[in-house]
Design a protein around this ligand. Structure first.
Ligand code: FES
Length: 162
């Protein structure tokens, strides 16, 4: 793993924060480590194709998840939806180099948040309220709520659509 790239992304995460005018939002959490990543996407049209205009994220998680999410949101700009759907955790964390085994799920969380957003997470006022609740109640009940929720999986990460 490239420590310099990691440290830069942690010190200065790009595209951090809720996107008020997002078209889609996706959230995933990992009940095992208790971390969570949420990604917002805004689409535009280019040459008749739907492309990602911008992406942002919030991460209640470890530094690796923050770093990968920061890189991913930069990497996603200008990608078509089809291209973004095909991106793996390895693609999204590319500049970081290979993640150590203990950190592979951190990248998968970011991939999961992206896929959740691409597969129909619609952003809007209701989603915004959920963001606040998730932030406020994170310490106490995230693991419990993730444990109860069912969702698709990306690798070992349980994808929880909210
Ligand atoms: Fe769980 Fe990084 S340790 S997301």
């Amino acid at each position: 793993m490239n420590e310099a790239v990691l440290n830069d992304a942690i010190a200065n995460p790009r595209n951090l924060g809720e996107m008020a005018d997002a078209d889609a939002v996706g959230t995933v959490g990992n009940p095992e480590c208790g971390d969570m990543v949420r990604m917002w996407l805004k689409f535009t049209e280019k040459d008749g194709r739907k492309v990602i205009d911008k992406a942002s994220f919030q991460s209640f998680g470890c530094q690796t998840a923050i770093a990968v999410a920061s890189m991913a949101t930069e990497m996603l700009k200008g990608r078509t939806v089809e291209e973004a759907k095909g991106m793996t955790a390895g693609d999204l964390s590319g500049p970081l180099g290979a993640l150590p085994p203990m950190k592979i799920h951190c990248g998968q969380m970011v991939e999961g948040a992206l896929k959740a957003a691409l597969e129909g997470g619609e952003a809007g006022p209701v989603a915004a309220v959920k963001v606040e609740k998730a932030g406020a109640g994170l310490q106490g009940n995230l693991a419990e709520s993730l444990g109860e929720a069912a969702g698709p999986r990306v690798g070992k990460v349980k994808v929880v659509l909210q």
